[in-house]
Unconditional design. Sequence first.
Length: 158
Amino acid sequence: MIEHHSSIAGDAGDALTDPLPELEKAVAERPEDAKALVALANHYWLIGAGPEVVGDLASRAIASDPDNRAAWHLWALAESNPRERVARWQQVSKRFPGDDLAKANLADNAAALAGAEHDYHAVDLAIDTYEDLLARAQHPDQRSALEKAIKTLKGWKF
């Protein structure tokens, strides 16, 4: 388990209770409870506990409840290898086709992979995914950002 502190100073100087002990207790008491596993994995992610422990908890949550979208997101986030992380976001996007956050993560990670490895297939994946998001975007700011990303990626030459 992760080292934790019993209280954290808040903005106004008042002490906030660290939720980690309660989250760990919940998982110890209910090791198959996907919501408890996700809550602990999310907390570990936020405190920088590392991808291995987060990925393990997320995998356990998925095994317990395959429809827990948050578990799938944490599972994808926890992958350290950029190419494998793109593959995981593809799986999440296929499993939850209406999940725009998963699609945005897929596109962003594919664009990052394309830039790092000069991979035209990853560029195409990013463009296709951003275009899918653009077709569904409702807000002008979203549309503008997606159009800019697509235009930029279409201009990439390695």
